[in-house]
Design a protein around this ligand. Structure first.
Ligand SMILES: CC(C)(COP(=O)(O)OP(=O)(O)OC[C@H]1O[C@@H](n2cnc3c(N)ncnc32)[C@H](O)[C@@H]1O)[C@@H](O)C(=O)NCCC(=O)NCCS
Ligand SMILES: Nc1ncnc2c1ncn2[C@@H]1O[C@H](COP(=O)(O)OP(=O)(O)OP(=O)(O)O)[C@@H](O)[C@H]1O
Length: 199
């Protein structure tokens, strides 16, 4: 029987790191962050709506969306973030659904979704099981500031735009503690997949 498993967590807790491990094991992982880039390319319906809503000042000279500028707006203004979500999320869901169907058509039995806002967007109906990738909030802040070269204030604005990781672990079917080494993270992943008889 075909199964959909979601990888979620909060920003910079390690979803992509775990997703890469899952890909290395040979599974398809469909990434919502990639979907959210594809559906806002120039010419797409969501692109037009974003320019109408946020103005041409959020474009780069090439015509592409300036993600840093748009991020600075939406991570500091809830109303604008919800507006952006309402433009981008329906297209993201469609893109992910199409990719998932294609994987099942190819005969794959299990498909993984890497989906940061699974709980915030109430998408648990799309998935059979959920793995939450956890780090404590201090580690999350440090890794986010380092990876994105953000100030503490900028990083906290992003973290606060999501449900806290402590809330998410209460809702999970399984939790991977990603505070340790990558090898320890991989071992936890393999244990969960083994327990769920996924191969
Ligand atoms: C605001 C944007 C332009 C910033 O782009 P940027 O390249 O800096 O970040 P990127 O897209 O790689 O996202 C990084 C992380 O930020 C977090 N994040 C992104 N968008 C949101 C949001 N609307 N609400 C809360 N957290 C978000 C997620 O944890 C994500 O993994 C971009 O994130 C965006 O278009 N967001 C709206 C679409 C969305 O919700 N994407 C998340 C998955 S559907
Ligand atoms: N176990 C680990 N030890 C040290 N650093 C790690 C570990 N896991 C992930 N990182 C680093 O932490 C940062 C965040 O990880 P990652 O990009 O996988 O998070 P994410 O949850 O996918 O983030 P986003 O929500 O922005 O998509 C990256 O720079 C990554 O290299």
């Amino acid at each position: 029987m075909s199964q959909v498993i979601s990888i979620t967590g909060s920003i910079a807790t390690g979803k992509s790191t775990v997703s890469n491990m899952i890909k290395e094991l040979g599974f398809t992982v469909i990434d919502a962050d990639i979907a959210a880039r594809v559906v806002v390319e120039p010419g797409q319906e969501a692109y037009k709506k974003i320019v109408e809503t946020f103005g041409e000042e959020i474009l780069q000279p090439t015509g592409e969306i300036d993600r840093k500028k748009l991020g600075n707006i939406v991570f500091n203004n809830e109303e604008k973030r919800l507006q952006l979500n309402s433009i981008v999320h329906p297209a993201v869901r469609k893109w992910m659904n199409d990719q998932k169907e294609a994987a099942f058509q190819r005969g794959e039995q299990v498909v993984f979704l890497d989906i940061p806002l699974l709980y915030e967007s109430k998408l648990t109906h799309m998935t059979d099981k959920v793995i939450v990738v956890y780090v404590d909030e201090k580690t999350q802040l440090e890794r986010l500031m380092k990876r994105n070269e953000l100030s503490e204030e900028e990083a906290k604005a992003r973290i606060n735009s999501q449900m806290s990781i402590e809330e998410k672990i209460k809702l999970a079917d399984a939790v991977i503690d990603n505070r340790g080494s990558l090898e320890e993270t991989k071992q936890q992943l393999i244990s969960i997949l083994t327990e769920w008889k996924i191969k």
